[in-house]
Design a protein around this ligand. Structure first.
Ligand SMILES: [Ca+2]
Ligand SMILES: [Ca+2]
Ligand SMILES: [Ca+2]
Length: 241
């Protein structure tokens, strides 16, 4: 390799190192606008009706050579249920992929749904970049607001997390694991689904305004009513007259 060529290689690689961003995962409450390998607006809450189904996305950003992943999707079982999932999006986007879906509801654990997939392709077909790990169909089953999260949980109470998002790269290294317990330690974005209910703060503001207007209206009508009553009494003919 000539010195000039070597310099060109160094210069070309330096910015790529500097730009390597932290891998992030999360839930987009509304899948519209997302494609397999590109994300639109990440929505934190949607409103659906009881009996209505809706697609949310488990997304990933800035990953390198992802080959397998798993996460527990936590939700409020009285409000929504998980109907279906599709993991053949980001992981299946590159040529030669052979994505296997091993997701399912955890036994005897209301409100926890195991989403798990790996790319079994030979030769390997790992995926890099950003996109949709899984498109999950949820259904409204009762009024209320359900959190949708990908928690890191300590199930046996020994202060060490034993369940949570786990991402493996093509070399079987855990992606985004800082403390060495294999579980993902990077940023995780949660979402909410409101069934026949308001998404929260915004709605509460409107409700408070509605109440204030109603109270003002009541005060006004009482005042007008009071004036009318006073006027009627004054006009009443004098019984003695
Ligand atoms: Ca969205
Ligand atoms: Ca793949
Ligand atoms: Ca960890």
């Amino acid at each position: 390799m000539s010195i000039v060529l070597a310099l060109v290689v160094v210069v070309a690689e330096a910015p790529a190192q500097a730009q390597q961003a932290e891998t992030r995962i999360g839930i987009d409450a509304d899948s519209s606008g997302n494609t397999d390998t590109a994300l639109g607006t990440i929505d934190d809450c949607v409103v659906v009706g009881e009996g209505e189904t809706h697609e949310v996305d488990i997304f990933i950003q800035d990953v390198t050579n992802l080959l397998a992943w798993e996460a527990v999707l936590k939700f409020e079982p009285g409000v929504i249920e998980i109907v279906d999932e599709d993991v053949h999006l980001f992981m299946a986007a590159n040529e030669g992929s052979d994505v296997q879906d091993v997701s399912g509801e955890l036994p005897d654990t209301d409100g926890r749904y195991w989403v798990q997939a790996f790319d079994a392709a030979d030769p390997v077909a790992p995926d890099s970049g950003s996109g949709v790990l899984a498109r999950v169909t949820v259904k409204g089953v009762g009024p209320g607001v359900s959190d949708l999260s990908l928690p890191v949980s300590d199930l046996d109470g020994d202060d060490n997390p034993d369940e949570g998002p786990l991402l493996r790269d093509v070399n079987v290294n855990s992606i985004g694991d800082v403390n060495g317990d294999t579980l993902f330690d990077g940023p995780i974005t949660d979402a909410r689904i409101a069934v026949d209910a308001s998404c929260g703060n915004e709605g509460d503001g409107i409700d408070a305004l509605t109440v204030a207007v109603a109270v003002a209206g009541l005060v006004a009508s009482l005042a007008v009513g009071g004036l009318a009553a006073t006027w009627a009494i004054r006009r009443r003919p004098n019984p003695t007259g």
